[in-house]
Design a protein around this ligand. Structure first.
Ligand code: GYE
Length: 335
């Protein structure tokens, strides 16, 4: 009896093994060269990719955190080529310097999908999924114009803590906001990078508080984490911020912790950048696998957040913008 069951089990295993091997082979292999781990936004982006491109969903994901190092990111892409993955996802740390390595991907016949930040000096990729950073900057600027008017604030003296220099997120947000500032003749006092980190935001703001004491009434942080650091620096320097206080504090990303600070009356308005691109990337991959045509650019939908008294009407490129009131439910639903 025992012998028979052993034979059956062995036979079953022998039958199953090739099936399991075939299943492993069927996994779609993806290499993802992620920017790093500098912010809440980045954590949400990484999680979104890891959730969607899981083994359960039929993927074999090679994830590389490039720690904000451009050279390491190119190396990661080249290692994916060597592994001969089926698809490569890149979130480019900076916008330029990509043509050579993208040509290598093309020569190897591996489709590249770019997410979040753009590549501005090459079009050798199948598709890009991300946000319009210039629109975010324009929205922040036009909101400020409408809000200052409502409050009767005539002079705007602005300090900007920008994101990582040369990233398309930094370039677009600066371009958009500064275009509006120029239009209304605001005083742009200074713009220094906080590298999208809390420590960077704090350091820049500490210097600003010393150099420009009493000279500014607007601080623009190009992401929430920089805003967290800037708030610490302003607390230490005795500068008050948020609705009704010395400084109007503007932020981008609108991740959970950022929205909590809007709700707490610390961040005056927060301009969303949606990090959940992975489901759209998966659609692109499915279409490519089926030999279908894909859209070259896919834009994420985003919202602008504030409390009731800071919700004002404004337009971007002639289009009326709707703002979202921050409530506990809204925060709960955010990433
Ligand atoms: O705003 C910031 C992150 O590339 C849009 O990078 C992204 C930016 C995001 O570190 O928090």
């Amino acid at each position: 009896m025992r012998k028979i069951s052993k034979i059956i089990v062995t036979a079953m295993a022998a039958a199953l093994l090739p099936a399991m091997a075939a299943q492993a082979e069927e996994l779609i292999s993806i290499g993802f060269a992620q920017v790093g781990h500098e912010s809440d936004w980045r954590t949400a982006s990484t999680k979104s990719c890891q959730d969607v491109f899981s083994e359960e969903n039929g993927y074999d994901l090679s994830f590389v955190d490039c720690d904000n190092d451009e050279a390491a990111q190119k190396e990661a892409v080249r290692s994916f080529i060597e592994q001969d993955v089926d698809y490569i996802i890149i979130d480019p740390i900076i916008a330029t310097g990509w043509d050579t390595v993208l040509t290598e991907c093309e020569d190897a016949g591996i489709p590249v999908i770019v997410i979040d930040r753009t590549i501005d000096d090459s079009d050798k990729y199948a598709a890009w999924v991300g946000s319009n950073f210039k629109t975010e900057g324009l929205a922040a600027g036009e909101w400020l114009a409408a809000y200052a008017e409502k409050q009767g604030i005539e002079e705007l003296n602005v300090l900007t803590i920008s994101g990582s220099t040369g990233s398309s997120a930094q370039i677009g947000r600066s371009e958009g906001f500064n275009e509006v500032a120029e239009k209304y003749g605001w005083n742009l006092i200074d713009e220094q990078t906080g590298d999208f980190t809390e420590a960077g935001g704090q350091e820049v703001m500490e210097n600003y508080c010393k150099s420009y004491e009493g000279q500014f009434n607007v601080v623009v942080c190009q992401n929430d984490n920089e805003a967290f650091g800037a708030m610490t620096a302003m607390d230490n320097a005795g500068v008050t911020y948020g609705p009704g206080n010395d400084v109007i504090l503007i932020s981008y990303d609108a991740c959970t912790a950022g929205l909590e600070d809007v709700k707490a009356g610390k961040i005056t308005a927060d301009f969303e950048c949606n990090p959940l691109a992975a489901p759209f990337v998966e659609e692109v991959i499915k279409k490519l696998a089926a030999g279908e045509e894909v859209e070259k650019e896919v834009y994420m939908v985003e919202h602008w957040y504030a409390l009731e008294d800071q919700i004002v009407e404004f337009e971007v490129d002639g289009e009326a913008q709707e703002m979202t009131l921050v409530t506990d439910e809204v925060i709960e639903a955010q990433y």
